[in-house]
Design a protein around this ligand. Structure first.
Ligand code: NAG
Ligand code: NAG
Ligand code: NAG
Ligand code: NAG
Ligand code: NAG
Ligand code: NAG
Ligand code: NAG
Length: 377
């Protein structure tokens, strides 16, 4: 509780007085998933600095990135379409990838070298500007240590390749848990390899979302900035990365372009923390932002901005959806700037409204805060 009010104070107190450095390295990124209905050409590149191709995976026998012929076609299309206007990165792993395989690669020097070599070779072959590791998640102390070692070897190989070819070094980033301590391990909480992250990565993409969902028996903000009842909040998570020693300019805040859905146990009890019986039927527990807005309109849902968590929810009948709207996103972007973070990223392309409402609001809020704080002068 004490730390929460402290955080709020810090946020308000610093929003308009920080004097940060140049904004040329800011990150406004988005992940793009291979999906036929949303080609890379549909991305409005004036809203972003970096676009991630999600996902590739290593082969579990060769440890090299596996690329089928159709994937090769997609990789080439992706960089040809986007590569001249934004930086493009290959993201490796993802929520459905094989965590055991990453554990094995990180632990074994020959496997590590083969894997790293294949990522650099592939990025250069297809004209990408960088690579990203999304290992969900290292679950033991030795896996965390090996992750740090993997980053170190990766950076060394990237530097050597750049020196040998005279090209700009590839970017190296990683998608990480919402907090610097991974809570979900069986034993105790595990800390990410902070020293190696500072030394070897350009930045981390902090997955500060999915903090509440229909897997629990009550409603809650999926990506609330604050949470008076627990540490499951964006503010706590980002704060933990900074307190844990990661340089703020290496931290990028994650923003979801989707809502989480619940079915209320009792439709007359519909606040935050209301009892629920699972996800809204048919929604899989997830709704793209544009679908949430459609749902709100079609059902005449009641929309509530919750000040305490700086999040938004809507409900209609027994359906309840937690999400971010332009206001909560603007507040979060202000928070990211108050902490001098590098920027923000979205999960994922294709989920915003067709006119990019949320992405545009994030960009405007970022630019506005830069002006307020004199960063452009
Ligand atoms: C892309 O975004 C920019 C900045 O918000 C906007 O001016 C432009 O109209 C958008 N383009 C399209 C095709 O939506
Ligand atoms: C590789 O993955 C496949 C498919 O999941 C599995 O059947 C196979 O046993 C794995 N091979 C090794 C060497 O781990
Ligand atoms: C993939 O492409 C290569 C070279 O273009 C070709 O030799 C190979 O037969 C293709 N494989 C499949 C499965 O289509
Ligand atoms: C994951 O990778 C490990 C190590 O290579 C392998 O033994 C296992 O079969 C893989 N699992 C799946 C589901 O592919
Ligand atoms: C990858 O390995 C090959 C074969 O050993 C080598 O020729 C190449 O220079 C390596 N590439 C990088 C980026 O290390
Ligand atoms: C949800 O409630 C059911 C029974 O009502 C219980 O079995 C389950 O453990 C609860 N889950 C959580 C996450 O609290
Ligand atoms: C929140 O995290 C702090 C450490 O960062 C810990 O002391 C505290 O017990 C946590 N609170 C809850 C409710 O887990």
């Amino acid at each position: 509780m004490a730390s929460l009010s402290m955080l709020r104070f810090l946020f308000l107190a610093t929003l308009f007085v920080i004097t940060a450095t140049s904004s040329t390295n800011d990150v406004k990124a988005i992940y793009w998933l291979e999906q036929p209905l949303f080609p890379p050409s549909a991305i409005n590149t004036s809203l972003f600095t970096h676009v991630y191709y999600a996902f590739l995976a290593p082969n579990n026998v060769t440890y090299k990135l596996h690329v089928s012929n159709s994937t090769a076609t997609n990789l080439a299309k992706f960089t040809t379409t986007l590569g001249s206007t934004v930086a493009t990165l290959i993201s490796i792993g993802g929520a459905n990838s094989n965590a055991t395989l990453f554990s094995l690669i990180a632990a074994n020097s020959a496997a590590r070298a083969t894997f790293i070599n294949s990522t650099i070779t592939l990025a250069r072959t297809f004209g990408f500007h960088g690579v990203d590791l999304d290992w969900e998640f290292p679950r033991t102390a030795s896996e965390m240590k090996n992750l740090g070692l993997l980053f170190k070897k990766w950076r060394a190989a990237i530097a050597a390749e750049a020196a040998a070819t005279g090209r700009e070094p590839l970017l190296l980033t990683a998608a990480v848990y919402f907090s610097v301590d991974y809570f979900l391990s069986e034993t105790s909480s595990l800390r990410y390899p902070v020293g190696s992250i500072n030394e070897n990565l350009d930045w981390v993409n902090v997955m500060s979302y999915d903090l509440n969902g229909p897997w629990s028996n009550h409603t809650g903000p999926p990506a609330g900035l604050f949470n008076p009842k627990s540490n499951a909040s964006v503010g706590y998570g980002l704060g933990s990365w900074i307190r844990g020693g990661v340089i703020p300019k290496k931290v990028v805040m994650g923003l979801p372009l989707y809502g989480r859905t619940w079915q209320l146990r009792d439709r007359s009890v519909h606040g935050i923390g209301a009892p629920t019986i699972g996800p809204v039927p048919g929604s899989d527990g997830v709704m793209a932002l544009f679908q949430v807005l459609q749902f709100n309109k079609e059902t005449g849902a009641k929309v509530v901005y919750d000040r305490e968590t700086a999040s938004v929810y809507s409900y209609s009948g027994s359906y309840w959806i937690g999400y971010d709207d332009p206001i909560s996103v603007a507040v979060k972007v202000g928070f990211a700037q108050a902490f001098s973070l590098r920027g923000y990223f979205f999960w994922a392309a294709g989920l915003d409204t067709s006119d990019w409402k949320i992405s545009t609001q994030a960009l405007n809020a970022w630019m506005l805060c830069i002006k307020e704080t004199g960063r452009m002068n």
